[in-house]
Design a binder for this molecule. Structure first.
Ligand code: UDP
Ligand code: MG
Length: 318
């Protein structure tokens, strides 16, 4: 059996505090796998600088002077998902790619189990958290709610599997053939198909630095996940429309009866309520349609999803 090339893609956004800690750990994992004759000597850890404004890129270029480390720098901040995609595209010549956050919250030692699963025939190996104790109360509750909601909306996702996973070469190629702009890799990866496996790990605290996912970005990602993968919201609005029509019919009958029995003085209040009620509902409908129109708008533009400014990865290959 010939040895396969592994690339470990690490998105980094303003991570100067944590990188000096995570780089040795990731390097150690790769070197150990090479010594154990599990992966090819050309295997690498590839840091993707997602438009950081601190010293992240300087650190990465320093790391790159040693073997098995390389990096790419994006021209601006494209967000976590964009950075992951840039890393996957850059390393698509590898036989397998592991994506892992730079903050050591996901246990790098688990990569060895992922590689073992790859050799057993899995094209996708999900890293699943079996313990979220290190996450804040709010993060845990919101994540649980989100996975429930996605399930209810009919989006197939592996609960508690974030962006720590191994993908085989053909899984990456397939993933890259999905041309959509609104990236939600967590929802896309299960669509790729191929044999998959799971490995479990304990989610740790961030080794250093602060979370780069404020509530705003988290909500943005969740909204992307919902609107890129589900048309249930449109169906709900349709359902609501039907209910409203039924209520209107009922009101119509009611007013006719009132008219026949001679109680026509009342009416002003019900009229006001229906005007306001309908106005509100119409606004909701328009906003939902607007959300989808916005998606179409983005897709049609076919903008590049990332732009690499410097590429030490390919430079190192020659
Ligand atoms: N990240 C990125 N671009 C961004 C935001 C985050 O590349 O715009 C990276 C970040 O450096 C980290 C990973 O994505 O390696 C996950 O971010 P973080 O740990 O802050 O998220 P959390 O674990 O708090 O959800
Ligand atoms: Mg983190």
């Amino acid at each position: 059996m010939s040895l396969k090339k592994l690339s470990i893609v690490v998105p980094c956004y303003n991570e100067q505090e944590v990188l000096p800690k995570s780089e040795p750990v990731l390097k150690e994992v790769v070197e150990q796998l090479i010594t154990d004759k599990q992966i090819a000597d050309s295997s690498q850890v590839v840091f993707v600088d997602d438009g950081s404004r601190d010293n992240t890129w300087q650190l990465i270029t320093q790391f790159c002077t040693s073997e098995h480390i390389s990096g790419v720098k994006l021209s601006r901040n494209f967000g976590h998902q964009g950075a992951l995609l840039a890393g996957l595209t850059t390393t698509s010549d590898s036989d397998m790619v592991v994506t892992i956050d730079s903050d050591l919250q996901d246990d790098p030692q688990v990569i060895k189990q992922m590689v073992a699963k790859y050799y057993e025939g899995a094209d996708v190996v999900y890293g699943v958290r079996n313990n979220r104790k290190s996450d804040s109360h709010f993060k845990r509750a919101s994540a649980e709610l989100f996975y429930k909601l996605m399930n209810w909306l009919g989006v197939k996702m592996i609960p508690d599997a974030a962006d720590f996973r191994l993908l085989s070469k053909r899984a990456v190629a397939t993933l890259l053939s999905y041309q959509e702009r609104n990236l939600f890799l967590r929802g896309l990866v299960p669509l790729v198909g191929f044999p998959s496996a799971k490995v479990y790990y304990r989610r740790e605290e961030r080794a250093a630095g602060k979370s780069k996912y404020p509530l705003r970005k988290m909500l943005g990602l969740a909204l992307d996940g919902i609107t890129s993968f589900s048309i249930v919201p449109i169906k709900l609005i349709m359902g609501l429309g039907f209910i409203i029509v039924l209520i209107a019919l009922f009101l119509l009958i009611y007013t006719i009866i009132q008219k026949i029995t001679g109680n026509t003085v009342s009416g002003w209040s019900s009229l006001m309520i229906s005007i306001w009620g309908l106005g509100g509902i119409q606004l909701i409908c328009i906003s939902v349609i607007g959300e989808y129109v916005g998606k179409i708008f983005n897709e049609v533009k076919k903008r590049p999803r990332f732009t690499i400014e410097q590429d030490l990865y390919h430079k190192k290959q020659h």
